[in-house]
Write a protein that binds this ligand. Structure first.
Ligand code: SF4
Length: 232
């Protein structure tokens, strides 16, 4: 176990160094292809051993997020749940199955997008994230966004929407008011469109939300087609 952790940490340090060097060469105008995979793996390695908040003590596995590093669409949820904590992967329970079906409806598989969370470790009993946990953990999410540089960020639920809205300088008035709308913002130094909907888990308990999420994904599909992100 310790050997595994040290190996991942060594890889992280090597990746970080390599990333900095390549970034520097890019700014100097050299024609260098910058891999997004390496820095994302470096962040995941850091998350795997993170002890920055008390959730490190109760998690089974940290869940950094996964998907296509070169995607133009990034989905951000709240935090790992029971099955995510067991498997170390995002959205693998019933809510994840619903998300997979929604992605399929708009012509994506999860390999086409990147899926992450505000918190990388499960709050006990799936309780709501505490502000101190969000503050400790979101630098990882910020770094993931900066590496991926998505054109569209889709937030799932109140917590991820509140966080992304705050980074984009938008007033968050509750998911029921802002869902299903597109907001063009400057976020972490880049131009991004933010689109919000309810968390897929909400659909499991409230049919009303399920229908709203399905309607929101139809709007998302139209926008992705219009922008040429989905082509058939
Ligand atoms: S939730 Fe985030 S900050 Fe807290 S231990 Fe996990 S990775 Fe670290």
């Amino acid at each position: 176990m310790m050997f595994c952790v040290l190996t991942r940490l060594s890889l992280y340090l090597l990746h970080t160094d390599a990333y900095k060097k390549r970034t520097k060469r890019d700014t100097m105008g050299e024609n260098t292809t910058l891999s997004k995979k390496d820095p994302l793996e470096a962040i995941a390695a850091e998350v795997a051993i993170c002890q920055k908040c008390p959730l490190a003590k109760t998690r089974k596995n940290a869940v950094a997020g996964e998907g296509n590093p070169d995607t133009q669409v990034m989905f951000i949820g709240e935090a790992p749940g029971y099955w995510e904590d067991i498997k170390g992967r995002p959205f693998v329970g019933d809510a994840g199955k619903f998300l997979d079906s929604l992605l399929s409806e708009i012509g994506f598989s999860r390999e086409d997008v990147f899926i992450g969370n505000v918190l990388k470790c499960r709050p006990p009993g799936n309780r709501e994230p505490q502000p101190s946990e969000v503050q400790a953990c979101t630098p990882y999410l910020d770094r993931q966004i900066k590496v991926i540089q998505p054109r569209i960020i889709v937030t799932l639920g109140n917590h991820s929407t509140a966080y992304v809205f705050s980074k984009g300088g938008l007033a968050f008035t509750g998911i029921t008011k802002v869902h299903g709308k597109f907001y063009d913002v400057s976020l972490l130094g880049m131009k991004v469109t933010v689109f919000s909907t309810f968390h897929p888990a909400a659909a499991l308990y409230h049919p009303k939300y399920k229908q709203l999420i399905i309607e929101d994904f139809k709007l998302l599909k139209e926008r992705l087609e219009k922008e040429g992100i989905i082509t058939y």
